[in-house]
Design a protein around this ligand. Structure first.
Ligand code: ATR
Length: 276
């Protein structure tokens, strides 16, 4: 571990809402490290100059959020295999002025499930239903395939976007129309909401889980509110649920380790810090 002051950040536009500074600065202080993690607003037409300013200021690395996750790829000198597969970067390390980009969203999604599942539940027990086909869905589908999910039913309001995502694994992914989402709950081992529906200020996710079974695990990437309507409905059906906050916390860990040399832990105290 170095004694240098380690500068890190999250870049996005807008960025004021980001929980990442709270999380990273908590870890920096908890592990007695010397550094600071800032939220830096960079407008899309200023991305290249904004990144150069971070390099010139001696930053060690940064997280990338909306709307830069795809655009940053062109500015990276090297990309991890996973970033190339997912087609987006959320974590960048700067070394000797060069940018190394990777993606930890799939890791965050999987770790959240692995830490919270019941013993008898396994990814390869059956098919998964993924709702949504945006950037988050891309990482989630990648993760599900890596974990051995045998079949993925993908549905999205704009069907063409789901059809495009099918290329991640044409033999495993079946696209169904958004209007078929209730019927698609049948015979599922896992149901994932990867859309922003159900988030505070967004429209609700209109879905009926009646055809799913009690062994279906239901999870949501939305964590505000923590218990979304989807998760509450699943609980009413006595299904097992996993909230979305763990994905946010776990995706942050590999970047923190790359920059600070410590793999930070996630626990209830941190969860409450971020949620309150
Ligand atoms: P992210 O990159 O964070 O996943 P995104 O790319 O904007 O964000 O994707 C948002 C997802 O929510 C998409 O699947 C989107 O569906 P479309 O591809 O049809 O836009 C979905 N979504 C957003 N608002 C929706 C709505 N009112 N009804 C159904 N799906 C919606």
């Amino acid at each position: 571990m170095t004694t240098d002051f380690i500068k890190t950040a999250v870049i996005g536009h807008p960025i004021a809402h980001s929980k990442s500074p709270l999380l990273h600065n908590h870890w920096i202080s908890h592990y007695g490290l010397h550094g600071e993690y800032k939220a830096i607003d960079i407008a899309p037409d200023n991305l290249k100059a904004g990144i150069q300013a971070l390099i010139d200021d001696g930053y060690t690395g940064f997280n990338v959020t909306v709307p830069h996750k795809v655009a940053i790829m062109d500015l990276c000198d090297e990309l991890s295999d996973i970033a190339q597969e997912i087609g987006a970067v959320n974590t960048v390390t700067i070394q000797n002025g060069k940018l190394y980009g990777t993606n930890t969203d799939a890791y965050g999604f999987i770790q959240n499930i692995k830490e919270n599942i019941q013993k008898e539940w396994h990814f390869n027990n059956g098919r998964a239903l993924v709702l949504g086909a945006g950037g988050a869905a891309n990482a989630i589908i990648y993760a599900l395939i890596e974990e051995g999910v045998p079949e993925i039913i993908l549905t999205n309001r704009t069907r063409e976007k789901a059809d495009t995502l099918k290329s991640l694994s044409p033999e495993k992914i079946t696209v169904v129309d958004w209007e078929e989402r209730n019927a698609a709950c049948k015979n599922t081992n896992l149901i994932v909401n990867s859309t922003a529906l159900g988030m505070c200020g967004k429209p609700p996710l209109d879905i009926d889980l009646s055809l799913a079974t009690r062994t279906t695990l239901v999870t949501d990437i939305v964590y505000a509110p923590l218990y979304t309507d989807l998760l509450q409905q699943a609980q009413n059906h006595e299904m097992h649920i996993i909230t979305g906050i763990g994905m946010l916390l776990h995706q942050a860990r590999p970047g923190f380790e790359m920059w600070n040399g410590v793999m930070p832990e996630v626990n209830k105290t941190i969860e409450n810090l971020i949620l309150n």
